[in-house]
Design a binder for this molecule. Structure first.
Ligand code: SF4
Ligand code: SF4
Length: 354
């Protein structure tokens, strides 16, 4: 993160502070940033946000940044590299969710920046994801990258792996130049999406997206998407993994984002209690999923990747009290049996060998 030659001493100081706090990207956009309001409202009106009702609310602030903080003049956008290689456990958890939940520690670091800015005479409001902020359009206006055809922010050096934070401030800081769109003729993200959720360039139907279906969506995963889930237990990185701008990606040096241990064998988690689940994944994004949805997703993954050795545990779950989990477990049993039958060696031989 190098300061542009024309940056004011104040902005340079803030940029250096952000770097010391672990942010690799920093940019400023004026409070009257141009947002694609019509696009967002149309997307909501079409119901493409699925059951994420919170996306319909607070549009007075989401679409009008000046309403966040009276007298605000500028918006600072920061980004932290979260890229991590996948742990070798036979299933995938989205890279952003492998370590500690970023919301708390990012917010604390933004608050440190805000404290320093207060001493410089500013009044601030920090946000990390949880407030109704159009982070990606603001980040692209602040020169952190551009919103690619997958709708994800793409940074020229960090690729698609940035966690974003926002600070509204009354300080007048000179805005950065927005980054031009560098997707050009590439369509890799659109082609790679296993559920055709990217319905066209810059168009994402969340109802088809595995990140939504496996995390936000509470209930049955429609059968048409289960096979496409493959080995993805929590979220999906497919449209990010294929982006050519990730060729320079390096594993994040941030200790808090280092992967936490995951169970080697998904069927072992069938014996967990809700308390154990919460203890095991406390402080990580997985905790928010809660045990029933973990089990639901684990059944889908095992239905796609499991072997005869998983059948007893799945059959037990299929007879269990949670109807939603039981239905997914029964589906997984059917899938494994069909696969084994297709391979010509099912039912198992008498000695139990698969
Ligand atoms: S996260 Fe996965 S399912 Fe969602 S748009 Fe990207 S590739 Fe498609
Ligand atoms: S994969 Fe290609 S089209 Fe998609 S965001 Fe990256 S550069 Fe753009």
């Amino acid at each position: 993160m190098t300061a542009p030659e024309n940056a004011s001493p104040l902005k340079t100081r803030l940029r250096v502070m952000a770097e010391e706090l672990g942010f690799q990207a920093f940019g400023v956009v004026g409070i009257a940033a141009a947002l694609r309001r019509e696009y967002y409202l149309k997307w909501i009106a079409e119901g493409q946000h699925g059951s994420m009702g919170w996306m319909e609310r607070n549009n007075d602030r989401r679409l009008h940044p000046p309403n966040f903080l009276p007298e605000a003049r500028s918006i600072i956008m920061v980004g932290m590299n979260y890229y991590q290689p996948y742990p070798q456990v036979g299933y995938k958890v989205a890279r952003y969710a492998l370590g500690e939940d970023y919301h708390n520690f990012l917010f604390k670091r933004l608050k440190k920046l805000c404290t320093a800015m207060r001493e410089l005479g500013g009044e601030q409001r920090p946000c990390v994801d949880t407030a109704p902020v159009m982070e990606k359009p603001l980040a692209s206006q602040a020169g952190l990258g551009w919103q690619g055809k997958s709708t994800i922010l793409v940074h020229r050096k960090r690729g698609t792996w940035l966690l974003l934070g926002t600070i509204f401030t009354t300080l007048e800081l000179e805005p950065d130049t927005p980054e031009p769109d560098r997707c050009r003729s590439c369509t890799r993200c659109i082609d790679a999406c296993p559920t055709q959720a990217i319905t066209g360039p810059y168009q994402l139907d969340a109802r088809r997206c595995l990140a939504y279906l496996s995390i936000e969506h509470d209930g049955v995963i429609p059968e048409e998407f289960r096979e496409a889930m493959g080995d993805r237990l929590f979220g999906c990185d497919e449209c990010l993994n294929v982006c050519p701008w990730n060729r320079w990606a390096e594993a994040s040096a941030e200790e808090k984002l280092k992967p936490r241990p995951l169970p080697e064998n998904l069927r072992d988690s069938f014996e967990w209690t809700e308390d154990y689940y919460n203890l095991r994944f406390g402080g990580t994004p997985l905790k928010r999923l809660r045990l029933p949805r973990w089990l639901r997703n684990a059944c889908v993954v095992l239905g796609n990747t499991g072997t005869a050795a998983d059948l007893p545990a799945l059959e037990k779950l299929a007879a269990g009290p949670d109807a939603m989990v039981a239905e997914h477990a029964a589906w997984a049993v059917r899938r494994i049996r069909e696969r084994r039958a297709g391979e010509g060696n099912f039912p198992p031989k008498e000695n139990g060998a698969a």
